[in-house]
Design a protein around this ligand. Structure first.
Ligand SMILES: [Zn+2]
Length: 257
């Protein structure tokens, strides 16, 4: 292997010792994780869990993007928040908590609602984007910007007692290939409800696949949609392929005529 040997403080080596012990996860995987910058869009039921796992696992840099403030109704499932945080900006509270647990983590809070211009700037030099938002328009925008900038995207969704997850490589197949122009289920937790465990499960899977991608260059969910059903315990994988007519990553754009 030609990777430069990592420089870890003793405390980091101790912190990650159970991970480095794994036959599948060595010091070089830990180093790749430390070199990674992950942008999380949405610091709610999904984002609080995935951010916490990635920070604890040893991701070098996190950017947390959310314009909302903490509400009492969030505390049922958004694990980084406590009653004393009510009214404070979610991204800021989350960044402070993560920084406390992992002092060497570089973490930035962006208290803003993303649009195309801001998203292009936020994700421009990152390694991976995690989508934890709850509406199709934002998910579609994140997909477009990630594809245009060549950044992989892991998108998770949780509602009620069901969830879904997929990994979208920059070259596709992308979110639009999978869901089309009109999108899918656009219900929000605020309007339709969510069991506390659902976002935790989906965000844990999202963080797991982020670790696989960042540490091991593995993306077993590329071209597959994972569906989790909390009522039956069933988990299914649905394969999908590149849509040649996709306006984001399809052959009709970008290829010479
Ligand atoms: Zn596409």
């Amino acid at each position: 292997m030609t990777t430069t040997m990592p420089e870890f403080e003793d405390q980091e080596l101790l912190r990650y010792s159970r991970q480095i012990l794994l036959p599948e996860w060595d010091l070089e995987a830990q180093y790749r994780l430390k070199q990674s910058k992950v942008v999380l869009i949405g610091v709610g039921g999904l984002g609080t869990v995935s951010a916490q796992l990635l920070a604890r696992a040893g991701v070098g840099e996190l950017v947390l993007v959310d314009a909302d403030t903490v509400d009492d109704s969030n505390l049922q499932r958004q694990v980084l928040f406590e009653p004393e945080d009510i009214g404070a900006p979610k991204a800021m509270v989350a960044a402070q908590k993560l920084q406390h647990t992992t002092p060497w983590l570089k973490v930035t809070a962006r208290l803003e609602r993303v649009d195309q211009a801001s998203l292009q700037e936020i994700v421009q030099d990152c390694t991976l984007v995690l989508d934890g938002t709850d509406n199709f328009a934002t998910r579609d925008l994140i997909n477009r910007v990630c594809h245009a900038q060549g950044i992989p995207l892991i998108s998770a969704a949780a509602i009620g007692m069901v969830g879904q997850l997929s990994y979208f490589p920059p070259e596709g197949p992308c979110y639009r290939c999978l869901f089309g122009e009109s999108g899918i289920d656009d219900r929000s937790c605020a309007a339709n409800g969510v069991l506390a465990s659902t976002p935790q499960i989906m965000a844990t899977l999202q963080a797991h696949h982020a670790l696989l991608a960042l540490g091991l260059n593995l993306s077993p969910l590329a071209g597959k949609l994972l569906l989790w059903d909390g009522m039956t315990g069933e988990q299914r994988l649905i394969r999908f392929s590149h849509d040649p007519d996709c306006v984001i990553c399809g052959d009709t754009l970008g290829s010479p005529l």
